[in-house]
Write a protein of this length. Structure first.
Length: 693
């Protein structure tokens, strides 16, 4: 029998109930604490859609309707009141929307949708069904995210840069902007869902696919892409992996660089090729030579032929650059026809070409080079004119001559130089003696520069005597170089070298100043003669140099005589004639040296104000053996007498020669018979006529 006040079976005892309630209270408190720290809005609803629990973030999101939030209130009622008060846009926030989501929860464990608030904010709602029929809802303010998405969408759609959204799973284009559609020639509906490989060239698709599918790091690459109709587009493609609608996608930005790459290739071609002829240029030639020599096997021959066009400068000067360019183009065409496959024809200078033969024997290269010479000797027909040039070739081969590309180029150049010096229109192969001569010349150049800089050159004097009286009338100033190791270096060696090195002006001033200064110490009736180089005439400052030398020394202009050769008179233009006439106007004597060895000496005598002619020593040396030499001497002496010019003979070494020249009426004589060149300090004018050597 149940006792009074005894709890019924199954009924919780008071202390047990209190403990349970306390536990529930603690659990609820802990739940509240937990949801309060969440960054999302959280709400718990029962099976009837009534509020059970929510956090502060939920209240902040629905701040305009926060006064309606209380336990037991129906969510539908708060929505209705909120709509009536304008808390929600009626089109989006009406109760039916919530009801539809609730119905979805009957069949599905979760539902998601977006809600737009009256103040413009956008809320992402994520509903999860609970076991008792209620729900847990998450609210996330995605306003900024939606703004960014909208900005990206506008940027994507309106971007002048072509852009694609690629789905790595399907390999299809999910979306393409208008620029991409225009670039590839598809309409927007055609681009959506298009297989991505249709916009990449076949051979480049595998590499592009790896980037688009995320198998390689996203970044920039240049691809060949295909326009509708098969036209190729070169494009820089930049990829970026992103998430769209909860799936990973690749966004590809495409910049059309077809024209830029065409220009780059053109510029690259121009950097390696001659613009006029289209042949490889010097830089390309050196690069190819390095590659061929460097990769050649020990048994393989690499031959370099340097081809120099003969007489091209004459054509350029006579007809102009327009003709010269046409001639170069035609010459290049002729050579290209003769160069075998595998060889490279280059234009490495104005009128200089090169052929690199690889895989051919040296003999074959020489035969081709000779064929080129023969072909270029044939007439050229340029703009209605028939022109004749020629070619000279220097050849060097690896590994026979050298296996160093730069040395091989230098050896071929030495062979070309030797061929031109020997006979134009010929082919010469490199020989070791050529390099030895070049090295010797280089050392001589160094020594000459040092000698000029340190004043090691001296001026010697050789007398010219009156053949009738035996009196010294003039002394010729001659430059001498006594090298510490080489001994006496011949002027025939170092004077042309000084002209080549651009030192002749400095040496000419030195000789003039020294000779004029020295002559002031001689008897007044003795003149001084100084040789003048054609280069000094060409440089245009000879007149001022002579006047300065006379002014600084105080020598009377009438005691100075300048000796020039026919080479001076062959210079084109009025400058030589003007300089000679100006010098003569100052009273300076002008002597034509080496008379009889040129082609037009007689005409020069008639056109220039000479005061003396010097018979070249070659006629004096053959005086006893050749009657023709005596005839020339007699004719020159007679010509000088007729024109009122003094006549001097060089190279007199015997009394017989002196007597013959005197008997023929020659005015002056010079040679070892009267004295060798010597320093001014050793000159003795008395008794010079009897000095023998």
């Amino acid at each position: 029998m149940q006792k009074e006040n005894e709890p019924l079976e199954g009924e919780a005892q008071p202390e047990t109930l209190d403990a349970a309630l306390a536990a529930m209270s603690r659990a609820e408190r802990r739940l509240r604490e937990a949801i309060e720290v969440l960054p999302q809005g959280v709400v718990f609803l029962d099976e009837d859609g009534r509020y059970l629990l929510w956090n502060r973030k939920y209240e902040e999101i629905y701040c305009r309707s926060a006064d309606l939030l209380e336990p037991g209130a129906r969510l539908a009622d708060t929505l209705r009141v909120g709509i009536e008060r304008g808390d929600y846009p009626e089109a989006i926030g009406r109760e039916e929307e919530w009801l539809r989501q609730r119905l979805r929860l009957i069949d599905e464990p979760a539902a998601r949708h977006e809600q737009r608030l009256a103040d413009g904010r956008c809320i992402l709602i994520d509903e999860r069904k609970t076991e008792d029929g209620g729900s847990i809802g998450l609210r996330v303010d995605i306003t900024e995210l939606k703004r960014q998405e909208e900005s990206f969408r506008r940027l994507f759609d309106r971007n002048p840069l072509a852009m694609l959204v690629h789905d790595p799973e399907t390999g299809k284009i999910l979306k393409a902007n208008a620029s991409a559609c225009r670039l590839f020639g598809f309409t927007p509906p055609e681009m959506d869902g298009l297989d991505t490989r249709r916009v990449f060239s076949g051979e480049e698709w595998p590499a592009a696919a790896r980037m688009l599918e995320g198998d390689t790091p996203a970044g920039d690459a240049c691809w060949q892409m295909v326009k509708r109709g098969g036209e190729a587009v070169e494009a820089n493609v930049s990829t970026h992996v992103s998430v769209l609608d909860e799936r990973q996608v690749t966004i590809a930005s495409i910049f059309d660089v077809t024209e830029r790459r065409r220009i780059e290739r053109r510029m690259e071609h121009m950097a390696r090729h001659d613009e006029l002829t289209g042949l490889a240029n010097r830089s390309h030639c050196r690069e190819r030579l390095r590659d061929r020599v460097g990769s050649a096997s020990p048994a393989e021959t690499v031959t370099l032929s340097l081809i120099d066009l003969d007489n091209f400068k004459t054509v350029n000067d006579t007809y102009g650059h327009h003709f010269g360019d046409a001639l170069l183009t035609d010459a290049a065409r002729r050579m290209r026809e003769l160069v075998p496959p595998g060889a490279l024809l280059c234009r490495i200078g104005g009128d200089e070409f090169a052929v690199i033969f690889s895989g051919s024997s040296r003999t074959h290269a020489e035969l081709v080079s000779k064929a080129i010479v023969a072909r270029l000797c044939e007439p050229f027909h340029i703009h209605g004119n028939t022109l004749h040039i020629g070619a000279t070739v220097g050849i060097a081969a690896a590994p026979f001559d050298s296996s160093d590309p730069e040395t091989l180029m230098r050896y071929a150049d030495l062979a070309l130089y030797a061929a031109k010096a020997e006979r134009r229109g010929s082919c010469r192969s490199f020989e070791v003696a050529m390099d030895e001569a070049a090295q010797a010349k280089s050392r001589l150049e160094t020594d000459l520069r040092k000698a000029v800089q340190e004043g090691e050159l001296e001026v010697y004097y050789q007398p010219l005597l009156n053949l009738e009286t035996g009196a010294v009338e003039c002394c010729e100033a001659l430059l001498r170089w006594n090298h510490a190791e080489r001994g006496q270096v011949s002027p025939e060696v170092f004077v042309p070298l000084a002209e080549e090195l651009g030192l002749i002006d400095k040496l000419g001033r030195f000789v003039l100043q020294t000779a004029c200064r020295e002559a002031t110490r001689w008897p007044e009736q003795i003149r001084v003669s100084v040789n003048v180089s054609p280069v000094q005439f060409r440089n245009g400052n000879l007149l001022s140099t002579v006047i300065n030398a006379l002014a600084n020394s105080g020598l009377d202009a009438g005691r100075l005589e300048l000796e020039i050769t026919e080479a001076v008179l062959m210079e084109q233009g009025p400058r030589p004639a003007a300089i000679i006439r100006n010098l003569r106007a100052f009273g300076i004597g002008i002597s034509l040296d080496d008379f009889g060895t040129g082609y037009s000496s007689l005409s020069y005598l008639l056109n220039y104000p000479f005061t003396k002619i010097k018979i070249d020593k070659s006629f004096i040396l053959n005086l006893h053996e050749e009657a023709s030499s005596r005839a020339v001497i007699r004719a020159v002496i007679g010509l000088g007498r007729s024109l009122g010019l003094a006549v001097a003979a060089e190279g007199i070494e015997s009394d017989v020669e002196r007597e013959y020249l005197r008997s023929e009426g020659c005015t002056q004589g010079q040679g070892f018979l009267f004295g060798r060149p010597q320093p001014g300090s050793m000159l003795e004018f008395a008794g010079m006529s009897s000095r023998k050597t």
